[in-house]
Design a protein around this ligand. Structure first.
Ligand SMILES: NC(=O)c1ccc[n+]([C@@H]2O[C@H](COP(=O)([O-])OP(=O)(O)OC[C@H]3O[C@@H](n4cnc5c(N)ncnc54)[C@H](OP(=O)(O)O)[C@@H]3O)[C@@H](O)[C@H]2O)c1
Length: 282
């Protein structure tokens, strides 16, 4: 392939997207780093001083914004070699406490947004006969713990999207894969949204919500550093062809294989050790 790789990274102004944009640019790619809020784009502009990183305004929730961003990129570069489909957020809460709007917001970004960007880059990748799309999944794509249902539902959906798209895109030389990290140190917890009814005094789930928050905090205290995920993303994008799935930490392998191996009852019993309220003993 001629010249440097042209990469598009969504949700690139913080966390995993920012770290991967930097790493890809350090490896020689020209990185179009998409952000949606100019007030939060400071870290990206910092990167542009020393690296071939080009901030690109793109809200994945809005089709015109996605189309405009991809058009701008193609006008400048004429091709897109890599899409790291990373933008997303966590909506937490117990199903009964969640409004339709909560759920639609969660799916709008994590599922429709991800698909919108993939579909916007596919025509050019197809025409050039090559390209790599790496979707940001999660271990929440294999296990849906109580209180994390909306987020897990979107990541389960990303898993199916990857599975079908991978085979749909292959005849055109376009590779599609997914990375499924567990907890990684970013601002994802601070940026987590809780459903509308979660903090209502009337919610019967309030005690569970408090336990859920405590558990989430404890788990994130043991989160892996961002570099761990970056290494896996670089490894995935370096493979040709890419594997179907890339796991990150030993814990993530354990969740993936145990969920697959264990009968449902045993799996639920195991989850019940972590979320005792979901497994009443009497
Ligand atoms: N950190 C983890 O433990 C972990 C584990 C598994 C999977 N993931 C996944 O990794 C991805 C990145 O998360 P992170 O940990 O890096 O969290 P983060 O620091 O909160 O980053 C999320 C990024 O997505 C962007 N974003 C959200 N909605 C968007 C929209 N509508 N349009 C464009 N950008 C949007 C955010 O932009 P704003 O700053 O403007 O909100 C931010 O740049 C997510 O898909 C998440 O589900 C994270």
């Amino acid at each position: 392939m001629r010249g440097p790789q042209i990469a598009l990274v969504t949700g690139a102004n913080s966390g995993l997207g920012l770290a991967c944009s930097k790493a890809l640019a350090e490896k020689g790619a020209r990185v179009y780093a998409a952000y949606r809020n100019p007030r939060k784009a400071g870290p990206l502009w910092e990167l542009t001083r020393a690296l071939p990183v080009f901030p690109l305004l793109m809200d994945v929730n809005r089709a015109p914004s996605v189309e405009r961003g991809v058009r701008q990129l193609l006008r400048r570069e004429g091709r897109i070699d890599v899409l790291l489909n990373n933008a997303g957020f966590v909506m937490a809460g117990f199903w009964e406490d969640l409004s339709d709007k909560d759920l639609k917001d969660q799916f709008e970004t994590n599922v429709f947004g991800l698909l919108r960007v993939a579909r916007a880059v596919l025509p050019s990748m197809r025409k050039q006969g090559s390209g790599k799309i790496l979707n940001m999944g999660s271990v929440a794509a294999f296990a849906a713990p109580p209180g994390l249902g909306p987020y897990s539902a979107t990541k389960f959906a990303v898993n199916s999207i990857t599975e079908a798209l991978r085979m749909e895109a292959r005849p055109w030389g376009v590779e599609v894969a997914e990375v499924n990290p567990g907890e990684i140190h970013t601002s994802v917890v601070q940026n987590t949204r809780m459903g509308e009814g979660v903090f209502s005094a009337r919610s019967p789930y309030s005690p569970f919500t408090r336990q859920f928050e405590k558990l989430a905090k404890e788990r994130f205290e043991k989160a892996a550093p961002v570099e761990k995920l970056v290494q896996v993303v670089l490894k995935a994008l370096g493979h040709s062809p890419m594997k179907r799935r890339y796991l990150v930490r030993p814990d993530d392998y354990a969740i993936y294989y145990l969920r697959w191996l264990l009968p449902d009852a045993l799996w639920e019993w195991g989850l019940g050790r972590m979320f005792p309220w979901s497994w009443p003993t009497e």
